[in-house]
Design a protein around this ligand. Structure first.
Ligand SMILES: Cc1cc2nc3c(=O)[nH]c(=O)nc-3n(C[C@H](O)[C@H](O)[C@H](O)COP(=O)(O)OP(=O)(O)OC[C@H]3O[C@@H](n4cnc5c(N)ncnc54)[C@H](O)[C@@H]3O)c2cc1C
Length: 408
């Protein structure tokens, strides 16, 4: 057993699909996979933070891994993002935790079905996880992965809709512990000649909510999405990043002044418009393909002094009226944006939900400063009155610098 390595003695199945068996990686069990001695030696370079993963669902399976208390907690909190976020190997969407041929360690959502008398296998979950705590841990991990040709994954929150933050037999780095933030009043990207501007620095594991909270603490506003637990510096910003103030402040990628990235050769690179500019272009929308982002410096904006908000749900009584209200609403969006109205909306029959602000989320973070006066419009049983939408949305104007109160 590798010194300092968390290895549990379990009868977990190591089953990889035939397609994966032909993959060009060294997977656990392959003769080319690093030996226990090599793993142990690597572990010392990352401060003992290499973990031989155990499928988190194993606590609900009959046998040596069964733990009634832990299983009950797991089942009770199974759909809570904040709870899942703290589980090293869990993904937010459990369909990505099993392989195409159905192997994995699924957790029943009914406690009476536990302990499960079945096989718990890794499925699509990581085999090894490095709980990185520094940029140097990432550099060392990338070098180790490249040297041994391992199946590498970067996991931040596990929110990815396409399941890209996990993989069968993968050697994963988890960025969740990198939570540093700071405010730089006069930032100039390294190597650039530019007018200094206020910037926020955030490390790779900072969540959308964490970024808002940090900006709030510095009395600034910043970009971000709507999901609290989504990572602000991972898939969100690397994939583009939309937010309710995008039409005002741009997409997430428009707000990046500089990245710090570890590329596949294990080199730590400063990436901005003045150096490694091709990589800067690629990272702003190209996803996690080009390297591991360790930190980013983001534009920060002055706080809004006041906003008005409207939230509400229109309920249609037929697919025809729902279709009509959604069409009318979408047709009006450009004009609404022109007036400074912004927000989130969801159209799912029979509903059109307009929720510019999720009060639980928004009240405490940096999007809002000063007063907040939510006004709620009535849910309609018949959405044909959708022609009146502009009336309702009059109250959702943004008035930076003013103290505009809702008139409802
Ligand atoms: C509830 C919810 C609300 C959302 N709201 C919005 C929204 O308002 N606006 C919006 O634009 N998107 C939104 N999204 C989409 C979200 O931005 C993507 O799902 C994103 O990929 C999640 O990134 P993550 O880092 O949290 O997740 P992860 O699953 O951990 O990572 C996603 C991808 O990014 C890679 N990655 C993560 N960290 C790094 C890193 N440091 N370096 C390189 N690659 C990395 C991973 O390998 C993976 O490929 C939402 C998603 C959810 C589930």
């Amino acid at each position: 057993m590798a010194a300092g390595l968390t290895l549990l003695s379990l009868s977990l199945s190591l089953i990889f699909s035939s397609a994966l068996a032909a993959a060009p990686y060294c997977l656990p069990g392959d003769s080319c996979f690093p030996s226990a001695k090599e793993l142990s030696s690597f572990n010392t370079t990352v401060g003992g933070r290499l973990v031989k993963s155990v499928p988190y669902g194993a606590v609900c399976y009959a046998g040596a891994t069964y733990d009634a208390e832990k299983c009950a907690t797991l089942v009770a909190n199974f759909v809570t993002d904040e709870f899942r976020l703290e589980i090293s190997d869990a993904l937010m969407y459990t369909n990505w935790e099993v392989t195409e041929d159905g192997t994995g360690c699924p957790v029943p959502q009914d406690i009476t079905l536990t302990p499960v008398n079945g096989t718990c296998s890794y499925g699509n979950l990581a085999s090894y996880i490095v709980e990185v705590a520094s940029t140097q841990d990432i550099v060392n991990s990338v070098k180790f992965v490249a040297k041994h040709n391992l199946r590498f994954r970067i996991k931040n929150t596990g929110h990815d809709y396409a399941g890209r933050s996990s993989g069968a037999g993968s050697f994963t780095i988890r960025t969740h512990h990198l939570q540093g933030t700071s405010f730089i009043p006069a930032f100039v990207p390294d190597g650039c000649k530019a007018t200094p501007e206020p910037a926020l620095m955030a490390e790779a594991g900072v969540s959308v909510h964490g970024l808002y909270a940090a900006a709030d603490g510095f009395n600034r506003t910043t970009i971000g999405g709507i999901g609290r637990t989504v990572g602000a510096l991972g898939g969100y910003i690397l994939g583009g990043g939309t937010g309710i103030f995008s039409h005002r402040n741009g997409l997430g990628v428009d707000n990046v002044l500089q990245f710090e990235v570890v590329t596949a050769d294990g080199k730590l690179r400063t990436v901005n418009r003045c150096q490694n500019s091709d990589l800067f272009w690629a990272l702003r929308g190209g996803g996690g393909t080009f390297g591991v982002t360790t930190r980013a410096w983001l534009k920060s904006h002055p706080p809004l002094k006041a906003t008005n908000a409207v939230t509400g749900t229109l309920v249609s009584n037929s697919t025809e009226t729902w279709d009509s209200v959604v069409r009318t609403f979408v047709d009006q969006l450009p004009a609404l944006f022109e007036k400074g109205i912004t927000g989130e909306w969801i159209a799912s029959y029979p509903y059109l939900v307009c929720a510019p602000y999720n009060p639980q989320f928004m009240l405490t973070h940096a999007l809002l400063q000063g007063h907040h006066f939510p006004a709620t419009f009535r849910a309609g049983r018949d959405a044909r009155f959708s022609r009146r939408l502009p009336l309702y949305f009059r109250h959702a104007y943004l008035h930076p610098g003013s103290d505009q109160r809702s008139q409802r």
